[in-house]
Write a protein that binds this ligand. Structure first.
Ligand SMILES: [Zn+2]
Length: 99
């Protein structure tokens, strides 16, 4: 999976974010501390299952200094398909101005 794809899957703009994972974790701990004792274990479990899964996904992300090349000439399209000549990764790129 590409890094940008992973970020897109993970991101939910209904919610805010913090400057770092550490800061986000402190926020989570603060919120969890307000829960009833019997709810804390379940919420901690969810939090750590999510964090472990995200860590695993990050490890799977391909490290490549991409060299994107348009797959084929595509006039009159708002998005083009590009492929990396090094790793073979493919992605769609939105083109702001129609050419
Ligand atoms: Zn690449």
């Amino acid at each position: 999976m590409e890094r940008d794809q992973l970020a897109k899957i993970l991101r939910n703009d209904l919610f805010s974010r913090r400057d770092s994972v550490h800061s986000a974790y402190q926020y989570a701990e603060k919120v969890i501390s307000t829960l009833r004792q019997e709810d804390k274990l379940g919420v901690y479990t969810l939090l750590h299952v999510m964090m472990n899964t995200i860590a695993d996904e990050i490890e799977k992300v391909k490290i490549c200094n991409h060299n994107w090349k348009e797959l084929k000439s595509s006039q009159d399209k708002e998005a083009i398909i590009v492929r990396c000549t090094k790793c073979g990764g493919v992605k769609e790129v939105v083109v702001s101005n129609k050419r």
